[in-house]
Write a protein that binds this ligand. Structure first.
Ligand SMILES: Cc1ncc(COP(=O)(O)O)c(C=O)c1O
Length: 436
């Protein structure tokens, strides 16, 4: 940070936090690992802006890692949340709030005939995997290198997000062999490997889970033809296809990647946007499969705070507003123009950076465009080192990115043309500082 920016309170909070919390944070990517400075402690947020405990303001391109498609504290969402808070906080009983959201989702998303709400994306994935095994009576789950599916034990193999920085095995201490023994990891986008696997043990595979837009190891491209082949193979062999749309759901389009690709998976997992910034997750899909879930069926799944009324109301208000006619097109166009402008500024400043964009997601790869990785093996070993000066120069200018080179940027409706214009000025100054 520049000397004019005060950090007094921040430093004190981090010291205190380290004494009572591992690494001083409640989720690893928040820790600023490899950035040689304490994480910024934020106190408040509005729209596209977040304010730290010392009063410094930043344009926020992390947006809580994706849930806030309308930006922080959207006024309509806030009003509905306050109204709901005035009625009820938590019930642990049947309620109309979750019914309204479930009906809305089932009406809008063709692949979802029935849905169950949980409290996080991780829980959604964990439950969907159990359901796939319960429904098929099979054991094996296939995932892809670089796809992140939350911190479910069986998915902590070659994942992305915070694990992308954890070295070769991309696994976690505490996850024992048995827990990953039935997880098969395939190279992302490798059709031959996929075909071979199904040929060898197709009848043992309960399900294949994939991020149809891989957005946890940078923003990786995935061919539509690969996903179509995956749909065909899973169908042929009686395995379930699970789209993990925790990031892409209600983000790339109302119907997520399933809509964009015109592929109907058997199950979809959601999180982030469907809670509008409040804790939520969900999994849904074909009724016949979902009817296996307790109490309708034998696959157990439950939660004290599942379908929390405040989250349900925030989610429904967010989804309705984000999917008003023309809204997705507006947001995605704005993101595309913003990415184009960033490329122009970087070129003018002779700063080497590749700007990858898909819908309202952007990823800044600190390197030559022609070297932009498309699979995890292509990532340079020194990505963290390359990311650090970029992140710090932007922070100094008042731009907040997720503090890791593996994470994407999220644009929201609060990133208006005016805000993005201001942001471009800040990026320009940072690029010129760093450029050759
Ligand atoms: C694709 C994907 N799946 C699952 C998860 C886990 O969600 P949560 O962090 O809400 O547990 C994430 C989180 O970023 C994700 O990006």
């Amino acid at each position: 940070m520049s000397k004019t920016i005060s950090t007094t309170k921040n430093a004190d909070l981090f010291e205190r936090s380290k004494k009572v919390t591992p690494g001083g944070v409640h989720s690893p990517v928040r820790s600023f690992k490899g950035l040689d400075r304490p994480p910024v402690f934020f106190a408040s947020a509005q729209g596209a802006t977040i304010t730290d405990v010392d009063g410094n303001k930043y344009i926020d391109f992390c947006q809580s890692f994706g849930p806030l498609i309308l930006g922080h504290r959207d006024s309509d969402v806030e009003m509905e949340v306050l109204r709901a808070v005035g009625d009820v906080w938590s019930l642990g009983a049947a309620d109309p709030y979750s019914l309204e959201l479930a009906e809305w989702i089932v009406e809008k998303i063709p692949a979802v005939e029935s849905v169950r709400f949980v409290t996080s994306g991780t829980e959604a994935v964990m439950s969907a995997l159990r359901l796939a095994r319960g429904f098929t009576g099979r054991q094996k789950i296939v995932k892809f290198d670089g796809c992140y599916h939350g911190h479910v034990d069986s998915m902590l193999v070659k994942a992305g997000s915070g694990l992308a920085q954890e070295g070769a095995a991309s696994s976690s201490a505490g996850v024992i062999g048995n827990q990953v023994a039935d997880t098969i990891v395939l190279p992302l986008g490798d059709l031959d490997a996929l075909k071979n696997l199904f040929q060898n043990c197709g009848s043992e595979i309960a399900g294949v889970i994939i991020e149809p837009l891989p957005a946890n190891f940078g923003l990786l491209p995935l061919q539509k033809s690969f996903l179509e082949a995956l749909r065909a193979l899973t169908d042929e062999h009686g395995a379930l296809l699970i789209f993990d749309e925790v990031i892409s759901g209600f983000r790339v389009a109302l119907g997520g990647m399933a809509q964009v690709l015109n592929i109907v998976p058997d199950l979809i997992t959601y999180g982030k946007i469907i809670g509008g910034g409040f804790p939520v997750g969900a999994f849904g899909g074909r009724r016949q499969i979902m009817e296996q879930i307790a109490p309708a069926g034998p696959v157990y799944q439950a939660g004290t705070l599942s379908a929390n009324p405040i989250s349900m109301r925030a989610g429904l208000t967010t989804l309705k507003k984000a999917s008003a006619p023309g809204k997705y097109e507006q947001l995605n166009d704005r993101a595309k123009n913003f990415a184009d402008e960033l490329r122009t500024l970087a070129k003018r400043a002779s700063f080497e950076i590749s700007v990858v964009q898909n819908s309202s997601l952007l990823w800044l790869f600190p390197g030559e465009e022609k070297n932009t990785p498309s699979v995890p093996e292509q990532f340079p070993a020194d990505l963290d080192k390359r990311f650090k000066p970029l992140f710090l120069a932007l922070l100094e200018q008042g731009i907040y990115l997720a503090p890791s080179g593996y994470e994407v940027m999220f644009l929201s409706h609060a990133h208006t043309d005016n805000i993005l214009e201001q942001a471009l000025g800040k990026f320009d100054r940072a690029f010129r500082k760093l450029g050759g």
